[in-house]
Design a protein around this ligand. Structure first.
Ligand SMILES: CCCCCCCC/C=C\CCCCCCCC(=O)N[C@@H](CO)[C@H](O)/C=C/CCCCCCCCCCCCC
Ligand SMILES: O=c1ccn([C@@H]2O[C@H](COP(=O)(O)OP(=O)(O)O[C@H]3OC[C@@H](O)[C@H](O)[C@H]3O)[C@@H](O)[C@H]2O)c(=O)[nH]1
Length: 391
């Protein structure tokens, strides 16, 4: 008869063993998939309607918008969406429209109310008139390489059943400690789950830079079908999967570059995402707090000690060495060029990130509202928005 302690220890070994497998899958998939552009001639690709929702202003907004005007995709329309006519970004767009008069671009103000998700409402007017078979949603804080749109389109067109492609979230090189902290998070912990999840065909798309077949989203019910959810990106993927379509990732990561990144803004953002996941899939709370390096190291060392009497300290040390080494390899695969910080800085940033995440879980569980820009959003279990209030 196996006692309760042994059962728990065996469960611990299986759980942490599965996490080690995720590391290896993420590493191999990243090496295989990232920075190898899809081999299709861009002149044969369909046109793309790019929807850019913009709220507020940032020092890098002009640079990011210009990166769309200078995209190399042959057939492109740029659809800029603002919630109101007093948005400061409108002037930035108008200046670029004058600078690039030959680029097909339009401005939409006020959106259309299709649900409670403010980003979806903001984009809905543009989606209603998008003229190309492929639609890209591209957040304001993303810089696009000249070949990024074509690579996303080529990735979709390689497979008739591929309906959705996302760029894996990452960061452009920036200066400053908070920016480097964000860089490390998106290049390690987040990248591992995103790469392994995509490789294993889990639905885990992030909507900061995505492209999909318009006819497939229309089959799913269009923007009306996703506007009631806060995680519209997750539900786009879910509905497409239910119709038998696949999703994939582009060769190029999404280059986030908000200039005003602070620790507070970073923690609020990942906290908001955690709350959103918690409301959509509450069972995630059973694994998510334990899937970081130190909690899982504690689980594996106590489990092996209980089962086989092995000393705790050497197992924990080996666990941390394995974890940080594979994380560093994944970060370098994501980056594909020299990192903007030294190995020593990486170790400090990585350690701080690993130690700081429990605070996010505690903060998120204690506060029911989800703060997003100038709104506080309450989400029901299942992911549908209950209410939006302005602050
Ligand atoms: C037996 C061991 C299993 C461990 C699996 C670990 C479970 C996942 C734990 C944490 C998730 C980390 C966060 C991932 C980043 C998600 C970013 C995000 O929240 N984005 C939202 C905003 O854009 C978006 O709306 C949400 C998308 C859904 C995310 C779903 C996450 C689950 C991914 C699971 C993939 C791993 C599969 C491993 C299966 C053994
Ligand atoms: O009320 C809003 C908030 C945001 N937005 C726009 O939505 C985009 C994303 O906003 P932020 O950068 O604040 O938020 P995030 O990076 O956290 O968003 C990301 O995660 C949550 C997902 O549901 C989103 O699809 C994804 O974009 C921006 O382009 C922003 O201008 C709106 O149009 N209206």
């Amino acid at each position: 008869v196996v006692d309760a302690g042994s059962c728990l220890a065996i469960l611990g070994v299986i759980f942490v063993g599965a996490l080690y497998c995720l590391h290896i899958i993420g590493l191999c998939y990243g090496k295989h998939r990232l920075h190898h552009p899809a081999p299709l001639d861009s002149s044969t690709l369909p046109g793309v309607s790019v929807i850019k929702p913009i709220v507020g202003i940032d020092d890098n907004l002009s640079k990011n918008l210009e990166s769309l005007f200078t995209s190399r995709h042959p057939q492109l329309e740029l659809l800029f969406c603002f919630e109101s006519s007093d948005e400061p970004g409108i002037e930035v767009v108008q200046t670029l429209m004058e600078k690039f008069p030959n680029v097909d671009s339009k401005v939409f103000i006020g959106g259309i109310k299709v649900g409670l998700n403010p980003k979806v409402n903001n984009m809905a007017a543009a989606y209603a008139v998008a003229k190309y078979p492929l639609v890209a949603i591209n957040d304001s804080g993303i810089y696009m390489r000249p070949d990024a749109i074509s690579d996303m389109a080529a990735t979709i067109m390689q497979d008739d059943k591929m309906a959705l492609v996302t760029q894996i979230p990452f960061c452009e090189d920036r200066t400053g400690f908070a920016a480097a902290f964000e860089h490390v998070y998106f290049g390690t912990s987040h990248a591992r789950i995103y790469l392994a999840g995509n490789c294993l065909r889990f639905n885990c798309p992030t909507g900061m830079s995505s492209m999909f077949r318009k006819e497939v989203l229309d089959q799913c019910g269009g923007f009306e079908a996703i506007g009631e959810y806060l995680a519209e990106d997750y539900f786009i993927g879910k509905k497409m999967t239910e119709l038998g379509y696949k999703s994939g990732i582009s060769a190029h990561p999404a280059l986030q570059n908000v200039s005003s990144v602070t620790f507070n803004a970073f923690f609020n953002r990942v906290g908001r995402w955690f709350k959103l996941r918690l409301s959509m899939m509450p069972q995630i709370v059973l694994v998510e707090p334990f899937q970081d390096c130190f909690p899982s190291g504690t689980i594996i060392s106590y489990s092996l000690h209980y089962l086989f009497g092995i000393d705790i300290i050497p197992i924990f040390t080996l666990h941390v060495i394995f974890w940080i080494t594979v994380d560093f390899m994944v970060l370098n695969i994501m980056q594909n060029t020299p990192l903007p910080f030294s190995i020593l800085e990486f170790i400090v940033l990585w350690t701080l990130r690993e130690l700081s995440f429990p605070i996010i879980f505690v903060k998120a569980v204690m506060d029911s509202g989800i703060r997003w820009r100038n709104k506080v959003i309450i989400v029901n279990w299942g992911g549908k928005i209950k209410s939006v209030s302005y602050v």
